[in-house]
Design a protein around this ligand. Structure first.
Ligand code: TRP
Length: 393
């Protein structure tokens, strides 16, 4: 089975990338034909104002991929923008993709939702109708158990439905100009390229005739759209593209140092490029069970981000002991974090070493990706020829 996936180069990778994505990619390269791309054109859709950063980010991703164990002898590792053939197919797909498919894409709608500050609109609408709803509820001929809860639920549902309904029709500039939102923010992100983001992703997948695409749940709409574009092309001109299926990765979500999802933008991530000391500092600052204030207080491991790390990085026997000692209060958080750091560091140390090695031979690293891109191009060229032939271009 041919497998393909991609990652936007947003900088150095953290633990979340490994457990959420790369670990699975490494597993797949053992038994399948795997293509992994650095999607630098996709990065351009959101960072077109500072494109000079992308090059550096690509390098960081290359270093981390190799250090983590993606293997150029097993996988085609390449850079999207090195395969110019993608652009021709991008143009063709742009011709056959109805605009409405893209406008209904949840990622695009969410972007508009955020930029238009729809959540604020919902809140103010909710405030405006509260008295009306109260009045209405007071007249109900039923006995209501929990009046306030019902009122809140109703208010939420009505506001959301109302604002979303309006919102689906307010994309025209005149209406937009009446809203109190920053037009610059809006127009900066609401570009032709952003709307077409999933078309480019469909090209990424289909030009290599991938059959399976390992992705997180947030990407499912993009895969569905890819399938629709494949079907549409095949119907119009004849069978060229297999309909790829999504391979959902079921990974436990790795938490950041503050207990939220690990993410660069939350500033709570542990990077493979971090030194031992940096990791240690981050571990010592980890959030713990807020009810466990001092050693002796009983803790609740199932609520503690540090314990979620023990489950991954500490051996099972010791983890059991830690769980018991945390619950009884015998183990304090500082000692618990020290133990966790030991396990985490044992995992990170060899990766850090490989990282340093790879960083010391950048020429070889770049050659790996040049070679991969050349291989990818061969596949892309063949597909493109078929496309032209079927379309009688
Ligand atoms: N859109 C994906 C993301 O943000 C990255 C991506 C680009 C991708 N091209 C792809 C994923 C092709 C899978 C297949 O995560």
């Amino acid at each position: 089975m041919r497998v393909l996936s991609g990652m936007r180069p947003t900088g150095k990778l953290h633990l979340g990338h490994y457990f959420g994505v790369i670990k699975n990619w490494i597993e797949l390269q053992k038994n399948h034909e795997t293509y992994y791309m650095i999607a630098d054109w996709h990065a351009l859709t959101t960072s077109y104002k500072n494109p000079e950063q992308i090059k550096e980010n690509i390098e960081q991703v290359m270093i981390d991929w190799i250090a983590l164990g993606l293997d150029p002898n097993k996988s085609v590792l390449f850079i999207q923008s090195h395969v110019k053939e993608e652009l021709e197919l991008f143009l063709i797909f742009s011709m056959i993709t109805p605009k409405s498919w893209l406008e209904w894409n949840p990622t695009y709608k969410d972007m508009k939702y955020n930029l238009l500050k729809i959540a604020d609109l919902e809140l103010s609408f909710k405030g405006g109708i509260r008295d009306l709803v109260k009045e209405f509820l007071a007249k109900l001929p039923y006995k209501v158990e929990d009046f306030e809860a019902l009122e809140e639920t109703l208010l939420d549902t009505i506001s959301e439905t109302f604002v979303r309904t309006v919102f689906d029709g307010i994309l025209e500039p005149e209406i937009l100009s009446k809203l109190n939102v920053s037009k610059r923010d809006f127009y900066d992100t609401d570009t032709y390229g952003f709307l077409g983001y999933p078309v480019l992703q469909a090209v990424d997948i289909l030009i290599y005739k991938a059959e399976a695409v390992p992705v997180g749940e947030d990407q499912l709409p993009h895969i569905e759209l890819t399938r629709e574009i494949a079907r549409r092309f095949n119907q119009l001109y004849g069978e060229v593209f297999p309909e790829p299926k999504a391979l959902l990765t079921e990974t436990p979500r790795l938490l950041g140092t503050d207990g939220r999802k690990m993410s660069k933008s939350y500033n709570n991530a542990i990077y493979f490029a971090d030194s031992k000391e940096e990791v240690q500092q981050k571990v010592m600052k980890f959030f713990t069970d807020p009810q466990k204030l001092r050693k002796g207080d009983p803790g609740r491991p199932h609520l503690c981000p540090v314990f979620s790390y023990h489950k991954i990085f500490t051996n099972p026997e010791q983890t059991k002991q830690i769980e018991a000692d945390c619950k009884s209060g015998a183990l304090g958080c500082v000692d618990c974090k020290r133990l966790m750091f030991e396990g985490l560091n044992a995992f990170l140390e060899p990766i850090r070493e490989r990282r340093a090695q790879v960083e010391g031979s950048l020429k070889e690293l770049k050659d790996i990706f040049l070679e991969g891109s050349e291989k990818a191009r061969q596949t892309a060229k063949q597909t493109l020829e078929e496309v032209r032939e079927k379309m009688k271009l």
